[in-house]
Design a protein around this ligand. Sequence first.
Ligand SMILES: [Zn+2]
Ligand SMILES: [Zn+2]
Length: 407
Amino acid sequence: MPEETRGRRWRRRLWRLLKWGTAAFLLVGGALMFEMWTAFGQPPKGEHLARIQQSPRYIEGRFRNALRRYDHMWDAARRWVKGGPNREPDAPPPIERRQASDYATPPASGLRITWFGHSSMLIEIDGVRLLTDPVWGKRASPSRLGGPARFHEPPMALEDLPALDAVVISHDHYDHLDWPTITRLLARDVRFITPLGVGAHLQYWGVPAERITELDWWGQAQVGAVTLHCTPARHFSGRFLGGTDQTLWASWAMVGPDHRAYFSGDGAMSPDFAVIGERLGPFDVTLMESGAYDPAWADVHMGPEQAVEAHRALRGRVLMPVHWGTFNLALHGWTEPVERLLAAAKPLGVPVVVPKPGGWFEPDAPPALVRWWPELPWQPASETPIVSSGLAQALPAPDGVAVAVSE
Ligand SMILES: [Zn+2]
Ligand SMILES: [Zn+2]
């Protein structure tokens, strides 16, 4: 019966293929999980979770924004497949190298910002040194093998940074909280100040609990003469394992006796900026998230035009765009954030400072604008407007407490 024999033979082959295919899939998947395991961090447990459960923002097992969040990911996926020009630079953008001796002289005015790229900054304010969202790793990713790679080298060796008073984290996304960088900072006797729950990752990676301060929105911590205020942001969190929104996201207001600085972290436009400006402003400088936006996710990233609007609501003086120029995390051209931000700021007379990665400045004497990035075509706001939802009907949340619940 040759027919039956052939049929059986095919079934046997198919079965073998399925068996080996599954085994290979599990093996490769397992190896990848093993490679990324530590970087995933650890969901909050014990004391971290107990603190979280006290928060009015932690509702039915996850943190919530005051405003709803709409995503249009199918639309974005379609455009992602189509691809776009200039999403990454052809050659590494220029950087300004910094060295340890640069910091031997304190800032003349008392406030100096060094931008290391993306949201990594050294903020020297009224005698205190704060390092924000340090990412010295090669990729904004849990894996060393894949994920968005940096456009440029870190402008300074992490070990060459001067003595730090605190490392300040905005939230636990990979482009803000980098496991390899945190482990390299362990040798320093430095404290970490984070939103609720983020300390669980730090502790898992070896930071002693007594060196971690976790805050809810409107909580504060004293660092030398500077009061650090954990302020609201409209965003989300997660590192794959442990689910999303299990740790809090935040922006930070740094209030010293002579100077005030504001760091937006990540987030969409919201009425909170006006509340923060009213309570804690005016700010000598605002460090505003300006890149990685898309109309499809306008409720988690504000984009350049709303960054200018937020800066004004915050009562900021000098604006520096951050969260651009280092990683390709969206679909826009890599120079588009700064072009659009400058276009939006100009008619309003907002002073903007755009240092090279590694560049520094004192907001009391902002340097003239030097275009160090290439002239590339970009889409203006009129073509791809970024407008966060729910703003027309939104009222400032009393004390930042959630007034509406996202799904
Ligand atoms: Zn983020
Ligand atoms: Zn980010």
